[in-house]
Design a protein around this ligand. Structure first.
Ligand code: FES
Length: 110
């Protein structure tokens, strides 16, 4: 079930935004006008990922620089743990996230 997470004007290109939907902390990212949603809690020591640095489609955790692909949730470095990804769709100005789909990554932690 898709729920409204935010509006497009709040997630500028090349940036991320953190939202809480039900009990889930989710980072929403704008990569060249396309939106992606992944778990926002770093599996290393709980850093808030959307506070990190987005370079292309790779977000670096602000605490110890673990890196994740926001399109796939896959760990880029060090490769230990992947993140949950959530389907995203845009309706008008609204960004909707499906928070009830089955997990989309194996070995996900957040
Ligand atoms: S908490 Fe994210 S890299 Fe350590």
């Amino acid at each position: 079930m898709y729920v409204k997470a935010t509006t497009a004007d709040r997630v500028k290109s090349g940036r991320g935004l953190g939202v809480q939907l039900n009990q889930l902390f989710i980072g929403i990212y704008n990569v060249d006008g396309e939106y992606f949603a992944i778990g926002d809690v770093c599996p290393h020591m709980g850093g808030t990922l959307h506070h990190g640095w987005l370079d292309g489609c790779v977000i670096s955790c602000p605490l110890h620089m673990w890196e994740f692909d926001v399109k796939t949730g896959k760990s880029v470095w060090p490769g230990d743990a992947d993140l949950v990804t959530y389907p995203v769709k845009v309706e008008g100005e609204d960004i909707l996230v499906d928070i009830e789909s089955p997990p989309q990554n194996e070995n996900q932690t957040s």
